[in-house]
Design a protein around this ligand. Structure first.
Ligand SMILES: [Zn+2]
Length: 410
């Protein structure tokens, strides 16, 4: 691993922690190390005593005893604005849940104001819980993109494709047209990017897909859920370099089946982790998602060595970055990558004693133990509080939406 750089931005800020977990190489734990930020990038990763000598006089310094520094978590599949439907309808069959609850409510409520409030709620929850990047798919993606840029959250917004009309677009042609316009608008944004996002085999017919994507199976495809893979399909997607986004808690709650993560990893497939929307999870907690992914892989393969803690952390960081085509920029703490990272306080009763910080992070830590986070070098969480937005205001706004919907729907 490179430990110093002679090019790139000048060092500005040294962050020293009891443990630095770079994710590359997988499983590495660097004791008493520092990550040095310059501009939006990581410019050095080195032992803290060396960092003091090299950067002591020219930079600011943050000492985080008892903390682990890791890459920010990457939520590789969600529908951020659906956080306003958290707990709206639970414990139902998928098609009953969609046809009789979620889709009618979306038809009534989802407009640009709804998406704005719901996305603010989701981003606040994700930032407070250590997520620094999310991959979104929802109506009004231009609103999601705008809110993410305002809150300085990194995300990819899906240019959604679905057969039926919504308040956002009347049909496949208009979805595609609006999506491409958004793609052009965001061309120069460093934090917010776009992806083509057909919804599901049950909502998108073959024609719009065939029209727009020749060679759908390839390294640029992130296939979500994958609970119904048949024999032979694992080899096919491995060969094509397709990424799989595993959403274990949503799959469990909707009884959708189990994604064969162990077999996919054995076949060499890149696997990422997503929460799915809060309407089917019911939170955007990548710590519990990472833990559930590790546990579910063991029980479903009858193999307790499947998806060990270090692998689970890789899936939740670099795996997500790869699935989103961002692995050259984020997903690990390496010189030249964007300074997207979180500091997790392991000094609390929940995670003591610490034999292996990666084990504590995956199997024991609560998301509330995330004390600090940075995205592109900007600190967005300090001592467990958002630096740019007021979480209480965001919660109050969500509560008022809930009040209105409850009065109308019942
Ligand atoms: Zn989903």
């Amino acid at each position: 691993m490179a430990t110093s750089s002679n090019s790139g931005p000048a060092a500005e800020h040294v962050i020293s922690a009891s443990w630095v977990i770079p994710v590359v190489p997988e499983g590495a734990v660097l004791e008493e190390h520092s990550v040095v930020i310059g501009g939006d990038q990581i410019v050095d990763v080195l032992p803290t005593d060396e960092a003091r000598e090299r950067y002591g006089t020219t930079t600011t310094h943050t000492q985080l005893d008892g903390h682990a520094l890791t890459p920010g978590l990457v939520n590789a599949h969600t529908h951020a604005a659906m956080s306003l439907f958290r707990g709206f309808a639970d414990d139902l069959e998928l098609m009953d849940w969609l046809n009789n609850h979620i889709w009618p409510a979306e038809g009534r409520w989802v407009d640009d104001e709804f998406v704005r409030s719901g996305t603010r709620l989701a981003i606040a929850e994700m930032l407070l819980g250590g997520t620094t990047t999310f991959n979104d798919m929802y109506f009004f993606p231009e609103v999601t993109a705008r809110v993410a840029a305002e809150m300085r959250m990194r995300c990819t917004v899906g240019m959604i494709m679905i057969d039926f009309p919504s308040r956002w677009a009347g049909g496949p042609d208009e979805y595609l047209e609006k999506g491409l316009a958004l793609h052009d608008e965001l061309r120069h944004s460093s934090l917010v990017t776009t992806a083509f996002a057909p919804h599901a085999p049950y909502t998108v017919s073959d024609e719009p897909l065939a029209l727009s994507t020749l060679g759908l199976l390839g390294p640029t495809l992130a296939a979500v859920h994958m609970t119904q893979l048949l024999d032979g399909e694992i080899e096919a997607i491995a060969e094509a370099g397709v990424n799989v986004v595993h959403c274990p808690e949503s799959n469990l709650k909707l009884a959708s089946g189990t994604c064969p993560v162990s077999a996919l990893l054995d076949a060499g497939v890149n696997v990422a982790i997503g929460t799915d929307g809060a309407a089917s999870n019911n939170d955007l907690n990548m710590f519990s998602e990472m833990r559930t992914a590790a546990l579910l892989a063991k029980v479903s393969s009858a193999d307790p060595t499947s998806v060990p803690a270090s692998k689970a952390l890789t899936l939740a960081t670099l795996g997500g970055a790869r699935a989103m085509g961002l692995e050259s920029r984020i997903g690990s703490l390496e010189v030249g990558k964007q300074a997207d990272m979180i500091a997790i306080d392991l000094s609390t009763v929940y995670t003591q004693p610490v034999y292996d910080p990666i084990s504590q992070i995956v199997y024991s830590a609560d998301r509330g133990q995330v004390a600090h986070s940075w995205i592109a070098g900007t600190q967005l969480l300090r001592d467990g509080a958002l630096t740019r937005d007021n979480a209480d205001d965001i919660a109050a706004d969500a509560a008022s939406w809930g009040q209105r919907m409850r009065e109308t729907e019942t």
